[in-house]
Design a protein around this ligand. Structure first.
Ligand code: SF4
Ligand code: SF4
Length: 421
């Protein structure tokens, strides 16, 4: 358990200077190239991790202008961090990318409607629960009247892709707020906070409910602490560093001092960002970050109580980038799923590569997103699973879209949906 920090420190500069030397960690070995989705698709050195680090270093040293080439490569990168896992030299690519995107945003280099729409969504909609809820209610009505399909034909390319790939919005009953405290079942093993998220309660309310149920069933009193909200991960990945830091700070303050054993997240992207709270100059950030756990990682560590009843299913687990590369968690979800009687875990050829969701990437880079998704879906389909499982909302939406586009009738689920029975 930990205490709330007494004071808040002043904001950190948007481009942390200590990151420049990190570009020097790259020894040009090229081990990251085969795992990089954009390099695999293009074969271009500038679209590889090594090429991008070279560009970043050049900008930092004043040899390369911060212009369109750098901006395009910063945007074409998925931010999947597969290169970090492959890198023997410890290059912190994700942090370098966020710094570069923030510099590009500050310099106002990116033009066109895509960046404006992205900025509007991430600033005015996603972190504002009422507006987001109202917008999604409207989308639900449009989906029921099939107006979304009409819109997908009439809108310009970037927005069309958004309308076309939008997830089905569930009914109000599945989007109702969680209780502030859910009591533990059986012998109490501890108290945990639960990060509700921004998109999760609106699109995956059933997953949030299943997560809380599963934690309670495992003996944990679950606290849905007030004052929490959108974590800021999407904004950070899009170069909106200041807003991202504000949102992260709000969450650190909300959860700190509540006497919790852990802060549990069921969204890989959110969890990875919360775990970096210590890097953003936020008071109490480091201590908070040390308490953040992915739900599968947490249950695996404490020992899951016997899970759901027998289910005869072939299950393909697909690693969310921000869980396997961002948090180093890959064995825990597989171990938990294998504990369900009757479940056969089937591996597929490409589990740790990006699905092309990557925050707002499918909005800003629709062609590359589709190419990366196509490779992923082919790999999954070749394994012939009954269910594809992945622990991140963006991945779930993207995989649903990919399956829909090829007419593949497969269930796409979050691990807790199977584990909670
Ligand atoms: S983050 Fe992903 S897409 Fe970007 S350079 Fe690294 S491996 Fe390639
Ligand atoms: S693996 Fe690491 S050190 Fe090697 S080229 Fe890639 S970023 Fe540089």
């Amino acid at each position: 358990m930990w205490e709330a920090p007494a004071t808040r420190e002043p904001p950190a500069p948007s481009i942390p200077r200590e990151l420049y030397p990190k570009t020097l960690d790259c020894v040009h070995c090229g081990l990251c190239l085969p795992v990089c989705p954009t390099y695999r698709e293009t074969g271009r050195e500038t679209s590889s991790p090594r090429g991008r680090v070279y560009l970043m270093r050049g900008v930092a040293e004043g040899r390369i202008p911060l212009g369109e080439v750098v901006a395009e490569e910063a945007q074409l990168c998925l931010g999947c961090r597969a290169c970090e896992t492959a890198c023997p030299s410890g290059v912190r690519f994700g942090a370098l990318l966020e710094e570069t995107r923030a510099a590009v945003a500050d310099a106002g280099i990116r033009g066109g409607p895509g960046p404006k729409l992205e900025r509007f969504l991430l600033r005015e909609l996603v972190p504002k629960p009422r507006r987001l809820g109202a917008a999604l209610s409207l989308l639900r009505v449009a989906q029921q009247l099939r107006l979304d399909r009409l819109a997908a034909r009439l809108l310009p390319a970037g927005a069309r892709h958004l309308a076309d790939g939008a997830p089905r919005v569930p009914s109000r009953s599945q989007r109702r707020p969680l209780p502030s405290v859910v009591p533990a079942e059986g012998e109490t093993r501890g108290r945990v906070g639960f990060l509700v998220g921004c998109v999760m309660p609106e699109i995956f309310g059933a997953v949030n409910q299943a997560t809380v149920r599963l934690l309670a069933k495992n003996g944990f009193e679950v606290h849905v602490v007030p004052g929490q909200g959108c974590c800021g991960a999407l904004q950070a990945h899009a170069g909106q560093a200041e807003l991202a830091r504000e949102l992260l700070d709000r969450n650190v303050q909300a959860f700190s001092g509540e006497g919790l054993d852990a802060v549990v997240s069921n969204s890989a992207g959110c969890g990875a960002f919360l775990r970096e709270a210590g890097d953003h100059g936020i008071a109490g950030g480091e201590e908070f970050a040390g308490h953040v756990r992915d739900v599968c990682e947490f249950l695996d560590a404490v020992g899951m109580r016997p899970p759901a009843p027998e289910r005869r299913l072939r299950v393909a687990y697909d690693d969310p980038c921000h869980l396997v590369h961002g948090q180093g968690v890959s064995a825990a979800p597989r171990r938990l799923l294998q504990q369900i009687p009757g479940v056969e875990l089937v591996e597929h050829a490409d589990p740790t590569s990006c699905c092309g969701a990557a925050g707002t990437y499918n909005l800003t880079q629709p062609e590359m997103s589709a190419a990366v998704l196509g490779r992923k879906i082919r790999s999954l389909r070749d394994a012939s699973p009954d269910v594809v499982v992945s622990g991140n909302p963006g991945c779930l939406i993207q995989l649903q879209r990919g399956a829909r586009e090829i007419g593949w009738d497969v269930q796409i689920a979050h691990p807790v949906e199977l584990l909670s029975g």
